[in-house]
Design a protein around this ligand. Structure first.
Ligand SMILES: [Zn+2]
Length: 67
């Protein structure tokens, strides 16, 4: 527990797409900037702490509501 993964952000048609850089994790999520919603596509490693980075600027992690 307590390992940090880095999410790299990229602009996609659906909004900001974040992909985890760890090969064995694969967490992906999209932030819809129009609606201000975050949609998790792939949950990845549930024990890792994910930090998002866009263009080298860190942003505070969005609140994730367990589904
Ligand atoms: Zn990850």
């Amino acid at each position: 527990m307590g390992t940090y993964h880095q999410l790299t952000g990229a602009i996609s048609p659906g909004g900001l797409l974040f992909t985890c850089e760890e090969d064995d994790c694969g967490r992906r999520l999209v932030i819809d900037r129009d609606r201000g919603e975050m949609v998790v596509i792939d949950h990845g490693d549930p024990f890792a702490l994910h930090q998002g980075v866009v263009g080298g600027v860190e942003m505070s992690p969005p609140r994730v509501v367990p589904t």
